[in-house]
Design a protein around this ligand. Structure first.
Ligand code: ATP
Ligand code: MG
Ligand code: MG
Ligand code: MG
Length: 474
């Protein structure tokens, strides 16, 4: 089954269960300063869960564009390393606003996954988790659905727990939250990894495909949880992950949707196509995130959302460079993406020229310093094999436009750590110098325009904006 068919089947299933099909919302959250990017299907319904907003329906279903590259849910560092994480992905979801609760949610999920006319997955490959104290969910899975007790794992909220699992879902530090039950697919013993709750759970053998959250609370700024007006349901299933299962492949990158993108990445970087080149996967992942973000109005900049976008673009460019592509290439992949996903997301076609232009500008800008920055980094790495000193990391950031995470990404490939403290100190020293220079300049003494800075890769505004103005000689 093709990815586009799975997306449609999911929406059809929940429409047949009385759910209103609602369009994906923008990746830029609407009037929600607590959120960097839309990171889950429930975001656009946040106020409905909280009881501040009402809709003409009490059940909804969506296929939602999500980006997890910052904030509470950040998967940027996972891309290229796990089989299952993207920066951009589509989340299929069904929602109940004070309508059905645990029982129906679990029954719907099981029927869609295993029902003959739906996905017809083999039941013995599925495992589930429930929140540690949620006997009700445990009993529904065990007694009503018939999942054997040894395939139901109780998982807590990770406070002091030895493993990464967490069965208490929250959108951010504040907002709607609640206990959840997650469904995992066993990709087979030939893949490293263990069941949820085991020490090997971070492996990619058992992959979480679907999370069903029982929205019961609103967490306020002090951390206190208040019961929601009506218990609700919010679920999320990664489209790419369920496609991998149905297409009998293991990694998300092996699904139909990614094939043309990976080939395009090989074509534009000038390497022979192979599934074993991690940089191609990173580039294929990043062209999706960057294009969808630009289509939703984000532009590369030095702070906030724009800086996250800039970081993702530069990481992609650097992966192209690693493959030997020193010219501009990234923007040429937009056409391939629009061909692949433009039917489901017409904004890709409508804004293709704008996206290409924005990426091309950013490629041009980074091209000025990438080569010299890489040379500096190589020299530093040759001199010290274990740790990259903070001074160099800062110089790369400040002079050559290497966001710190980009430098860390390169270092990680070589098993080298970045001295974060040293970086912070160098940044602070720079700010001191800028402050001093600024007061001198006000006295009319100093011309700071001779600073050896060709790029301004600043992360935050306030002080940095002043420094930037100085460098520009304003
Ligand atoms: P994981 O534990 O694998 O990181 P998660 O528990 O963080 O996933 P949820 O917040 O529960 O994920 O999101 C709901 C679903 O969205 C997941 O079950 C998964 O199928 C999908 N998903 C989450 N993060 C990603 C990602 N970075 N890339 C692709 N799919 C994802
Ligand atoms: Mg996660
Ligand atoms: Mg999880
Ligand atoms: Mg989850």
């Amino acid at each position: 089954m093709k990815t586009s068919e799975i997306r449609q089947k999911f929406l059809d299933f929940f429409a047949s269960k009385g759910h209103q099909v609602v369009a994906s919302s923008s990746l830029v959250p609407w009037e929600d300063p607590t959120l960097l990017f839309t990171n889950a299907g429930m975001n656009q319904f946040k106020d409905v869960f909280l009881g501040f907003d009402k809709r003409p329906y009490s059940r909804a279903t969506t296929s939602q564009k999500c980006v997890r590259a910052g904030g509470k849910h950040n998967d940027l560092e996972n891309v290229g390393y796990t089989a299952r994480h993207h920066t951009f992905f589509e989340m299929l979801g069904n929602f109940s606003f004070g309508d059905y609760f645990k029982r129906d949610a679990i029954h719907f999920a099981w029927e869609f996954l295993t029902g003959e006319q739906w996905l017809a997955l083999p039941k013995d490959k599925l495992m589930v988790t429930v929140y540690a104290t949620d006997d009700e969910a445990f009993d529904i899975w065990n007694k009503e659905i018939g999942v054997p007790a040894d395939k139901i794992v109780r998982i807590g909220d990770n406070k002091g727990a030895p493993y990464a699992s967490d069965n208490f879902w929250q959108m951010g530090d504040t907002g709607p939250c609640g206990p959840c039950t997650e469904i995992f697919y066993d990709h087979g013993a030939h893949i490293w990894g263990g069941p949820p709750g085991s020490p090997e759970e971070d492996g990619d053998r058992f992959i979480e495909i679907w999370n069903n959250v029982f929205m019961q609370f609103n967490r306020d700024e002090s951390g206190t949880m208040h019961p929601l007006p009506k218990p609700s349901v919010d679920t999320g299933m990664g489209l790419e992950r369920i496609s991998a299962v149905l297409q009998h492949v293991h990694a998300n990158y092996e699904i139909d949707l990614f094939q043309n993108l990976l080939k395009a990445a090989a074509r534009e970087t000038g390497v022979a196509f192979s599934m074993d080149i991690p940089s191609l996967k990173v580039i294929a992942d990043h062209i999706r995130a960057c294009s969808f973000l630009i289509a939703d109005g984000v532009i590369p900049s030095n702070d906030g959302r724009g800086y996250v976008l800039r970081r993702i673009i530069r990481r992609a460019i650097r992966h192209g460079y690693k493959l030997g592509q020193k010219g501009l290439f990234f923007h040429k992949l937009v056409a391939d993406l629009a061909a692949e996903m433009g039917d489901a997301y017409p904004e890709l076609r409508q804004k293709q020229a704008e996206i290409e232009d924005s990426l091309r500008q950013e490629e041009l800008r980074f091209a000025e310093t990438l080569d010299k920055g890489m040379a500096l980094l190589e020299t530093a790495l040759a001199a010290n094999s274990k740790v990259l000193d903070g001074e160099t990391a800062f110089k790369l950031y400040d002079t050559f436009g290497f966001p710190l995470d980009l430098t860390a990404d390169i270092c990680r490939e070589r098993e080298v750590e970045v001295d974060q403290d040293g970086f912070d100190k160098a940044m602070e020293a720079q700010r001191e110098r800028a402050r001093a220079a600024s007061s001198f300049k006000m006295a009319g003494n100093v011309d700071y325009s001779g600073a050896d800075t060709v790029f301004n890769g600043y992360e935050s505004t306030s002080v940095d904006a002043k420094v930037l103005a100085l460098y520009k000689g304003n």
